[in-house]
Design a binder for this molecule. Structure first.
Ligand SMILES: [Zn+2]
Length: 373
């Protein structure tokens, strides 16, 4: 599990995730600690395996030097991939706040969803295309002599892998976004396209589970673990997108106008550390609905988390400190805004979950009700 490196103050600064590495063209670049694990693994596997096999009988220090160099260039390759997304986002006037490089590659945090299928398509495909370009360049340099050539060949292969992995049609990978853009273009509905693309994402995750099992029974334990990690990452993200896209919503309903849709559903058993790392760091002023066995059981905000000493975040779970159902109102999409505000006042809270019938559809924030845009 990731540590909270770089976080010393008690407040939940959204930019506190990982280490700040610098800024490129106004886009902040951060490095998640999990990436260091990958860099170490890459260096080790190159220095102790690939390089001595490709170019034998050299000084061991040289293998380690070139292994470490390759790991650095690999991280820069991921940055290159994410910068491509960021640049295309800027081209469509979608501000990119920051890029975080982590275990599974990287994420470019763009401020909002694209407005048109074509924008989404180009933003999504720019990453894999830029990785393919790098694979081509390194492949061309693969004929260089000795270790330089061996490292270039490895970098060509890893960038090709990065491109192909990201092109898998599973949310939230680039391929999943490309698929959504295509579905959105052909059926005209962003919501329906999201639903369909998320379903494909779950299917891809299921395939990864099958791969993981095959690798496991054949004795490739490390690779099996790796595939299982990716599968769980894909499945949970695809499931969230799917649930978010369910339920035909009356877009003219008063509360619907100020609804925040893309709210992650928090499992009551989630440790606080993971809540902070995955969700709160990116949205410190938000409240999240807490679910247990698909039923709403509470709501959690930064306020409850901050009351718990940081050292206990690993063992205390969301369900232990959340606001119980009795502490906040449940609102419905058809409710008038004044009524919603009166309910928030009555419970003295700033957030509430919103339902459409029995279906959870999002959260409202007092600020958005008082100043609807
Ligand atoms: Zn990408």
């Amino acid at each position: 599990m990731a540590r909270f490196a770089g976080q010393r103050s008690a407040n939940l600064d959204p930019t506190a995730r990982g280490w700040r590495a610098g800024e490129i063209g106004g886009v902040e670049v951060r490095i998640d600690p999990s990436l260091l694990l990958i860099a170490a693994l890459v260096t080790f596997s190159l220095a102790a395996g690939t390089l001595p096999r490709e170019v034998p009988r050299l000084n061991a220090a040289l293998y380690w030097l070139f292994g470490a160099l390759a790991a650095c260039i690999f991280i820069l390759s991921i940055l290159w991939h994410e910068m491509a997304h960021a640049l295309l986002g800027l081209r469509y006037r979608i501000p990119v706040k920051r890029i975080v490089l982590h275990l599974f590659g990287g994420v470019a945090f763009i401020a909002r969803d694209p407005e048109r299928p074509a924008h989404e398509f180009w933003i999504a495909i720019s990453g894999p295309l830029s990785s393919l370009f790098l694979a081509f360049i390194f492949g061309a340099l693969g004929n260089l002599p000795n270790l330089t050539g061996a490292v270039c060949n490895w970098l060509a292969l890893i960038n090709l892998t990065l491109a192909l992995f990201n092109l898998l049609p599973g949310f939230p990978l680039d391929g999943g976004r490309i698929l959504r853009a295509a579905l959105w273009h052909f059926n005209g509905s962003y919501r329906k396209a999201t639903r369909q693309a998320s379903r494909v994402g779950q299917a891809v995750a299921a395939l990864f589970v099958v791969f993981a099992l095959l690798l496991f029974v054949n004795g490739f334990l490390f690779n099996a673990l790796w595939f299982a990690l990716i599968a769980s990452f894909l499945y949970s993200n695809a499931s969230i997108s799917y649930r978010m896209s369910l339920g035909g919503l009356p877009s003219e309903a008063p509360l619907f106008r100020v609804l925040r849709h893309n709210v992650p559903l928090i499992d009551a058993r989630l440790p606080l550390a993971l809540l902070v790392w995955r969700y709160l760091n990116n949205a410190p002023d938000q409240a999240f609905p807490v679910f247990h066995n698909s039923a709403l059981v509470g709501m959690i905000t930064a306020e409850q988390v901050e009351r718990v000493p940081r050292l206990d975040w690993g063992k205390i779970r969301v369900g232990d400190v959340m606001l119980p159902l009795s502490a906040f109102p449940i609102l419905f999409v058809t409710e008038p805004l004044e009524h919603a505000k009166a309910q928030l006042d009555a419970y003295n809270v700033d957030h509430a979950p919103v339902f459409n019938g029995t279906q959870f559809v999002g959260m409202v924030n007092r600020r958005d009700i008082v100043h609807p845009t």
